[in-house]
Design a protein around this ligand. Structure first.
Ligand code: SAM
Length: 392
């Protein structure tokens, strides 16, 4: 996406946070938006750009969870030094006394051990400065504050950033209804992008649950910015918020939407309520017209014509309690369905149950390590050409 918006501001440093395994994909998304000096790190990507890019990154990045704007860093050996150095920052530049705020603290390999205490000390230093200078103080609000400050401490290096997103970016705003184990929207988008689906052949999620995977795929195919359904980003509360610029970016994003798709997208689930939920969510996301919904088991699902991509996120057995045999039978039936009905498809299984996945009984052509929350998962690829070979 490129816009013709003009902006002469000096580029500044930003950090896009993401989930494990999605760093390279996020880096490509940012490069497409015009980010420079990209540096891929663990669960994050550093980049440079201007205010316009900061707004666009929030609106467009499918695999970013937050966009941070670092504004200072310093060394601190203990909490008192942290308090002192935070007190030296001119907080009136970032926070108005009438605004609410919250501190998120993350600590890695540090003599600081308690992130809550670090957040508390930082908060104390900020409110004490306001009290000293004006006799009043801004209020802390943990849920939905106006301004979020991110404190990251690595060893004794402290980096302070202002969080431009606020609510994490996976909260797209379209998912009103969920089943038992819905995927985070950023993870679902990342899975679709990992599959390298060409956005012009058939797409199927045969175990759709609340529909996150197929909705993210439809948003991608229609070039719909994932943030367009969201009403609020934290940068809207910043003193330099340029509403005209943001409105123009949104207008361009709406113009960039591909109105129709000329291939089939199919979502199905064994549970009838899941089919209704995913349909409602797709309606909220603005893609319900692009997806056919079916209530059936994977073994009975007849997919649209190949070539195509199938992605499923079956129950793992850990999060949805089912006895071991049932889970193994389910994974076996997945392998049978792939062989019987999905010839010509690239079939992907995203699972945290690697033992059960062996029961699929087909050879994988790719295995990508990812996490679903704290559960280590794999995205397994099976190429279902005629006569797919058995696993060794
Ligand atoms: C982990 S959930 C999927 C969550 C989904 N990715 C989301 O983001 O909401 C697994 C889904 O598989 C469905 N399921 C279980 N066995 C099935 C089968 N044999 N055929 C089709 N769907 C099945 C369940 O009803 C459940 O909705």
């Amino acid at each position: 996406m490129s816009t013709a918006l003009k902006n002469k501001e000096q580029p500044f440093r930003m950090i896009a946070k993401t989930l494990f395994g999605l760093e390279e994909i996020l880096s490509r998304e940012l490069a497409d938006l015009g980010a420079s000096k990209l540096k891929t790190m663990n669960r994050s990507v550093e980049f440079y750009g201007d205010k316009q890019l900061l707004y666009e990154a929030n609106l467009w990045c499918r695999t970013a969870t937050r966009i941070l704007k670092p504004f200072t860093s310093f060394k601190a050996a203990n909490e008192n030094e942290l308090y002192h150095k935070v007190s030296n920052i001119e907080w009136g530049k970032y926070l108005d006394i009438e605004q609410t705020f919250a501190i998120d603290a993350v600590i890695t390999k540090s003599q600081f051990t308690n992130s809550l205490y670090v957040a508390q000390k930082t908060k104390d230093a900020i409110v004490d400065q306001f009290r000293r200078t004006s006799g009043r103080r801004p209020s802390v609000e943990l849920n939905n504050p106006d301004i979020r400050i991110n404190v990251y401490i690595y060893k004794n290096e402290c980096r302070l950033a202002i969080d431009s997103s606020g609510e994490p970016l996976f909260k797209r705003g379209y998912r009103r209804k969920t089943g038992k184990a819905p995927l985070n929207e950023v993870l679902a988008a990342g899975i679709v992008m990992q599959s390298e689906w060409d956005k012009k052949s058939s797409f199927v999620d045969a175990m759709c649950g609340s529909g996150t995977i197929v909705i993210e795929a439809a948003l991608l195919a229609r070039n719909m910015a994932p943030g367009l359904t969201r009403k609020q980003f934290s940068f809207m509360n910043w003193p330099d918020y340029d509403q005209q610029m943001y409105d123009l970016i949104c207008e361009k994003a709406r113009e960039a939407v591909i109105p129709e798709l000329n291939f089939e997208m199919l979502a199905a689930d064994l549970r009838e309520a899941a089919v209704y939920d995913s349909q409602d969510n797709a309606k909220e996301a603005g893609v319900v017209e692009n997806i056919t919904f079916k209530h059936c088991a994977i073994k009975d699902l007849i997919p649209p014509e190949s070539p195509g991509v199938l992605i499923i996120n079956p129950p793992y057995g850990e999060r949805i309690s089912t006895i071991k045999n049932e889970i193994e039978e389910l994974y076996q039936s997945i392998g049978d369905a792939f062989k019987r009905n999905f010839t010509g498809y690239d079939a992907f299984v995203f699972t945290g149950n690697l033992d059960a996945a062996k029961k699929i009984g087909l050879r994988t052509s790719r295995r990508i390590q990812m996490y679903n929350g704290s559960i280590e998962c794999r995205l397994l690829k099976f190429e279902m050409y005629q006569g797919s070979r058995k696993q060794n």
